[in-house]
Design a protein around this ligand. Structure first.
Ligand code: ADP
Ligand code: MG
Length: 630
């Protein structure tokens, strides 16, 4: 093995440069969080060492007393944070402090506008971290040596954040990591014992490890003693009654790498058949990579207070992946691995319980604080919508949490619950009606809504890509079936009077020839032509047959490269409409064909669809317009 003995200067990955810039300029009013981030990293490093030492306790190297040391030097204007945790190798330093491994980062940073207000919101989606030290420092030095490696494999890293860093080997007796912040002149306030103590108390009181500082002493030459400045008991091990909201919030920021408060949390100690403690948080903002397959998700797993792993995704279903938190189990073994977690019945039981816990927490939030729940919904609603398909057992609970736009509110905001909907159902109505579309505007003016408007029946407006897929799994809620207003025969229940129904039957009988004639005129383009009970103002509309795939789903599948079997729509006509009456009176076969085609194309357009042959439509329409003016 060759050990590099040279000092080298390397460039940061482009994304790091952008992130550093963003961080320094947008987090200025939050600058003190750098200390929480560094302590959080130090605490993670101690956790990782303790875990590694379960297998190999020589890693403790005669220094099993895990702690974090905070120092400052007023004269030199520095703050120093050291841990005796796992440390880093040279390669790890380059990887961890020189690049960003999260996929999608480049695209994410591409959204930067240069407007600091807007961009500082973006940083919230990313999470801060080690680089936040540059908010207050003009130069940062890292000294680190991996536990179990010889002193000569120590590494010295240094950067002034100007696009590059240097790295060189250095003999380091102590394992772990020491970070020296050379503060900017204007940040002198941080090289102060009282200020630092305050910050530790405020942000890091309940990490699992002691943070020690030299005791402040009045006597110049007295040998300074060391004192622990935080509480140093893991927050989740304390009884709920002893924990303040502020402490819950700070702990969230420590584990979630977030710098905003969570929306809500749930802390529970379970004893009996299972024995575990969980502390689960619902964040206020979605991370930028919520939809990336390989994005980290899941809880931090501890076994008997010992950290085992981050991102233990086996404890929650995918549709609850926004949940952050800690699970500390007394049933699992300390040498549990990801593979074991996958087929473990204890894990399965905890997962079932935690799933229920998260759903209950959300339901409580919805009942208690509609505004906060709306924030949750706007950020994570589309993820929760994966629930009905993934978790059939909890379908009804999930359905209760769903929110929709609706014809009743006329707002784009998804804020109508199924319970709201049911409470407004008309007498005789027994179904929950919805329309799916690519856009809210198109849905709102769809001809399919005409009869609902006339009867005053509310229709939910579903415009997310996932909606049609979700509705494929959701058949009913509270004993009421869902009905897509653009699909199959429209059953309006008793909202439609006997008279209405009779009228439709009679109309079908009376216009039998017309229906047949249109079907022939449209050749093979439609499955059937029917007299509609959906329309009041429009002449015609398209309907998807009961068991065919909807248009939205179809488009998604086709976009994904799937070849879909051909499915033809049903063409419904409004025989009261003057244009249809005009069609019925048309004697010329050619003209009849033209008019039918125009009606069909218009119905396609009104469904928000593209025409197969827009040119043909335009010339047909123009011919008809010319006829009109003759
Ligand atoms: P995060 O903590 O979210 O992973 P950071 O930017 O805070 O992101 O840190 C980046 C990585 O650098 C960490 O994941 C860890 O691997 C490494 N690191 C940072 N500080 C330390 C430390 N004190 N000891 C060991 N590794 C560290
Ligand atoms: Mg960190």
């Amino acid at each position: 093995m060759t050990v590099d003995t040279q000092k080298e200067t390397l460039g940061f990955q482009t994304e790091v440069k952008q992130l550093l810039h963003l961080m320094i300029h947008s987090l200025y009013s939050n600058k003190e969080i750098f200390l929480r981030e560094l302590i959080s990293n130090a605490s993670d490093a101690e956790d990782k060492l303790r875990f590694a030492a379960l297998k190999d306790d020589s890693l403790f190297e005669e220094d099993p007393d895990l702690k974090i040391r905070l120092d400052y030097d007023e004269e030199a204007n520095t703050v120093t944070l050291s841990d005796n945790g796992i440390g880093m190798t040279r390669d790890e330093v380059i990887q961890n402090l020189g690049t960003i491994a999260r996929s999608g980062t480049a695209e994410f940073l591409g959204q930067l506008t240069g407007d600091e207000k807007k961009d500082s919101k973006l940083i919230g989606q990313f999470g801060v971290g080690f680089y936040s030290s540059f908010i207050v420092s003009e130069r940062v030095e890292v000294f680190t040596r991996k536990a179990g490696r010889p002193p000569e494999e120590g590494v010295h890293w240094e950067s002034a954040a100007e696009g590059e860093f240097s790295i060189e080997p250095m003999t380091l007796e102590d394992r772990g990591t020491k970070i020296v912040l050379h503060l900017k002149k204007e940040e002198k306030e941080f090289a102060n014992g009282y200020r630092l103590r305050n910050l530790v108390k405020k942000y890091s009181d309940h990490i699992s490890f002691p943070v020690v500082m030299k005791a402040e002493s009045d006597e110049k030459d007295a040998e300074p003693k060391e004192e622990t400045v935080n509480d140093a008991t893991a927050l989740w091990t304390l009884p709920r009654t002893e924990i303040k909201d502020e402490e819950y919030k700070e702990f969230y920021k420590h584990i979630a790498h977030d710098f905003e408060d969570p929306l809500t949390w749930s802390h529970n100690k379970v004893e009996g058949k299972l024995d575990y403690t969980s502390l689960l948080y619902i964040p206020a903002r979605a991370p930028f990579d919520l939809y990336q397959r390989e994005a980290p998700r899941g809880l931090k797993l501890y076994v008997q207070r010992v950290f085992i792993m981050d991102d233990a995704e086996q404890f929650l279903p995918l549709y609850l992946r926004f949940t952050k938190g800690v699970i500390d189990s007394n049933d699992l073994s300390l040498n549990v691995s990801r593979e074991i977690l996958q087929n473990d019945s204890t894990v399965e039981s905890i997962r079932t319980a935690l799933t229920k816990r998260v759903l209950d927490t959300l339901s409580k939030l919805a009942n208690k604080d509609a505004e906060k729940y709306q924030t949750f919904w706007d950020e994570f609603g589309t993820v929760l919508k994966e629930g009905p398909a993934e978790d059939v057992a909890n379908q009804q609970k999930i359905a209760k949490l769903l929110r929709f736009a609706s014809t009743q509110t006329g707002e784009r905001t998804q804020n109508v619950s199924l319970d709201d909907y049911i409470s407004r159902m008309k007498e005789g109505q027994n179904k929950i009606y919805y329309i799916t579309s690519d856009s809210f505007t198109a849905a709102k003016s769809s001809p399919h809504l005409e009869v609902f408007r006339k009867k005053g029946v509310e229709v939910l407006i579903l415009t997310d890509r996932i909606d049609e897929w979700m509705m494929g799994y959701l058949n009913e809620y509270d004993g009421k079936q869902f009905q897509d207003v653009a699909r199959g025969e429209l059953d309006l229940g008793d909202v439609e009077t006997e008279e209405d129904k009779k009228h439709q039957e009679e109309a079908t009988e009376a216009h039998k020839d017309l229906l047949e004639r249109i079907k022939t005129a449209l050749d093979n383009r439609v499955q059937d032509v029917r007299v509609t009970n959906r329309l009041t103002d429009s002449p015609a509309c398209l309907v998807v047959a009961e068991h065919d795939m909807g248009l939205q789903m179809r488009k998604i599948m086709e976009a994904a490269g799937q070849k879909m079997p051909e499915s033809k729509p049903i063409f419904e006509i409004n025989v009261e409409h003057p244009l249809v009456q005009r069609l019925e009176n048309e004697k010329g076969d050619e003209r009849f064909k033209e008019l039918s085609a125009v009606l069909f194309d218009q119905a396609t357009l009104a469904s928000g669809e593209q025409l197969e042959d827009p040119g043909a439509y335009v010339s047909r329409l123009n011919r008809l317009l010319l006829d009109l003016s003759n």
